[in-house]
Design a binder for this molecule. Sequence first.
Ligand SMILES: Nc1ncnc2c1ncn2[C@@H]1O[C@H](COP(=O)(O)OP(=O)(O)OP(=O)(O)O)[C@@H](O)[C@H]1O
Ligand SMILES: [Mg+2]
Ligand SMILES: [Zn+2]
Ligand SMILES: [Zn+2]
Length: 314
Amino acid sequence: MQAAESARACPTCGGRMYLRRRQGDHAVAEVCECARDCRRCGGSGFVYETRQETFSVRVGAKSYDVLAPCPCKVLARRVERFGEAAIPGVLANADFDGYTPSNEAQDRAKTAAKQFAFSYRKDNPPKGFVLAGPCGTGKTHLLAAVLSQLVLEGGVQAKYVEISLLYATIRRGFQEGKSGGEIIGPLSEVEVLAIDELGKGRGSPFEMETLDELIARRYNAGRTTLFASNYSLEPARKAVKTAGGYTRSEDLKGQAKDSDLLRDRVGERIYSRLCEMSEFIELPGNTPDHRRTRQEMDPRGAPRAHASGRRPPG
Ligand SMILES: Nc1ncnc2c1ncn2[C@@H]1O[C@H](COP(=O)(O)OP(=O)(O)OP(=O)(O)O)[C@@H](O)[C@H]1O
Ligand SMILES: [Mg+2]
Ligand SMILES: [Zn+2]
Ligand SMILES: [Zn+2]
């Protein structure tokens, strides 16, 4: 929320009027003490707004009062939606300021994610992005920062899913007599969905069909999707062309299981849609693993609080 004059001085929330924290596996938010007990609406959640409209040329413009939701109600709704976004609890407070790029690619990733989050428009949703790179390079951190900004500051409905947890949830659903579509349906309707760990899994027909259905449904509906992956976007080897000029799937099949290319992991159909839906950002293999550098910095070997986000010297 825009920091109100009175709330700007709040030392607890820094004027944001909400606080984020971990609750179990997920991140949740709550309205800060400074923004409770709304004086504007007296707790009713509604305020009168004066509007002007011309219904008839003869009568001219008339102003009238309408009952509109009070900003405190809007804030309460955003805070609730933040919990529904299911952002990982460890990254409850992840933001852009807490992300320190250590190379040019990370700088590009941060800029792209920030640009996406701050310029997102509901009426003209932009392309998403695929953030690929090695472990501990802040991919999930950036997804969490984007979703936080969208939900809490932009009022956008967004959700985070880790792909293997999604597969597990659907499998569990089967045992309870639910169809896969019952779980995929709502995810394909979320305004902005962040899919983490894309390409992970065994690549079983069930996993491929689930992923295909989710991505195809979002693609067809023109919804924005963000992705993070440990698999590379770079074509490390030449595609095998047939006389007709396209890659034969059997040429790729044998390699897909062991491949470290995202394209092989998700298959041509999904990869083709990703190309159209997203900007590709790749962090190089030598990007430092922040989890390890953080541990090396600590003489006792204990991980430090993630807020510092600094690289070791040298
Ligand atoms: N550039 C960075 N600046 C500050 N903190 C960072 C940076 N990169 C990573 N971190 C922190 O390191 C930890 C690991 O980051 P994160 O989980 O986002 O990595 P990841 O790229 O998603 O890794 P994985 O591929 O293993 O899922 C988090 O606590 C995150 O806040
Ligand atoms: Mg991650
Ligand atoms: Zn406050
Ligand atoms: Zn109010």
